[in-house]
Each structure stands twice: as C-alpha cells, then as structure tokens.
Design a protein around this ligand. Sequence first.
Ligand code: SF4
Length: 281
Amino acid sequence: MWGGWERDADDVTKQAYRLNKMTNRWGLMGVATEETIMRVLRQHQAGNPMTADEAYETVARPLLRKCWGESKRGEWKTDPKNKCCLHGHYYGTMEDEQAAGAAITEQIKNCTQNFIERVLPRIGNNSREMEIQIQTPDLGGDPENITWNKVKMYVIPDYAYRIGNQMHIHDWKAGKIKESHRDQLAGYALWAEVKYKVPIEDIFLYVEYLNEGQVLPFQLTTEEFDVQKARIEASVAEMSEYLVDFDREKNEPLPKNEWELAGDPDSCKMCKFYELCREEL
Ligand code: SF4
C-alpha cells in the first residue's frame, strides 16, 4: 500500500504493503499461464513452434517451483516486493498441496493447448512491428498508464496490436467466465483512445477464455463506451472517498479506523488483508 516501502513507515503501513504483495494459487496460475502462452507465441513467431508440454516444462514449471518454494520458506518476510507469498500458505487454508499443484498443472496445460489450437491461428502471423509494447511492472519503471480527467490510471492490457488504423486488444483468462470482464476490457479501450487516439469504432476487444477454449470478441458502441466511462469515473470518485480531503494528487489514505469493513463477511475469507481486520470482524 501507500508508502509501505519507506524505511520510516509505521508498522501497519508496512504490514499492509507486505499483505498487498500476496497472491493466491489462482493468481499464480494466471501469471504462469500468461508467461507460458507468450513464450509459445514468441517461439511461433521465430519459426520454432513448441508443444503445450514443452512450454509447460520450460516456462510454467520453473516459475511455479520458484514461487511455491519462496512462499513455503517465507522468503517474502525479508523481501515482500520480489518474493512470492501465497494466501494458502500464509493463512493455512491450502489443505492438500499436492492436489492443488496437480490442478494448477492440468489447467495451465489445457489453457496452453487451447491457445495453440484456437488463438494462435488468429494471431500467430502478427509481426513484432504490429504489436504495441506494453510496459508491465516486471520491466521496471512506471507501468503502463494513462491520465484521464486529471487522474493517473494504471491500465495494463495483456496483448495489443495495430492493423492499419485498428487496435486489437486481447485479454488472457485462465479462470472462469465472468460478466465483469467486459468492463475490464472497456478500461483497455479507454487506454487505446487516450494513449493512441484510436476512435472507439476502430477498437476490437477479445476476452480469451483459455481454459474453455472460447473467445468473447466485441466492440463498444459510442453509447456503450460513454456508459463505461461514467462507470469508471464513478469508481474513481468512490475510491477518492478513502483519501484524506478527497485529494487525488496527494493520494494519502484515510486512517484505518475510517475504512468500513466489508458488508459480506464471506468476502473476508479469501482477502489478503484479513490479518489487519481480524480483531474487528
Ligand atoms: S473487511 Fe474483509 S474484505 Fe475488507 S479488507 Fe478487511 S478482511 Fe478484507
């Protein structure tokens, strides 16, 4: 969270920062899947196609082993920014580690196989020149962002490319189909409009459900885009309510006792900040 990396940050701020870096096994699976399929794409573009098994062994397995080990050994305690901490290990909620690991492996391989069979035929001929370079957090520096209505927003699409005046944006999903994914992609459309000045009629969005082997391709009408912009604006305004003096530029959070607890206690079970709220819940 805010300023948790500062040496003189108070203990709660440091704790919140450390907890915010936590992920869970599904998040890890998503990251491992994305890295695996991007390697498949790069190898395909280079004329060295890979099978799903080869890609899993080369990319996903080493990543999973590294992250799982760091989490089990608690290496994040001294380096929360760079070392993996899994919710299941931290809160002791992962009952059968072997079964969890096997399920992740199976799903990543299935996603990769579906990517090879159903997505690669659509995007495999893209040249690197067509692709938009996305500034991801692991590259260092400021991640991909836009400033919209005077608010800086981090917007990091998975994969985007130009065909003439058109912008095509794909989002990889290793998990379940959710209606909210359309809203997420609308945020990427805003990124394309603000950063690359692409009109909405030239923006093509694709939610790639890799585990199901399905794709949701869609475009937004001007009216739908306006509705989405209003939703994003409302969401930013709502978040500003948790800042001191609603001041987005200062970006200083209200003290912890002014934050409300979740209305539905069920949502706390999987929350990484549970430790901070435990006494009040
Ligand atoms: S109230 Fe529940 S959901 Fe909200 S931060 Fe605390 S543990 Fe998480």
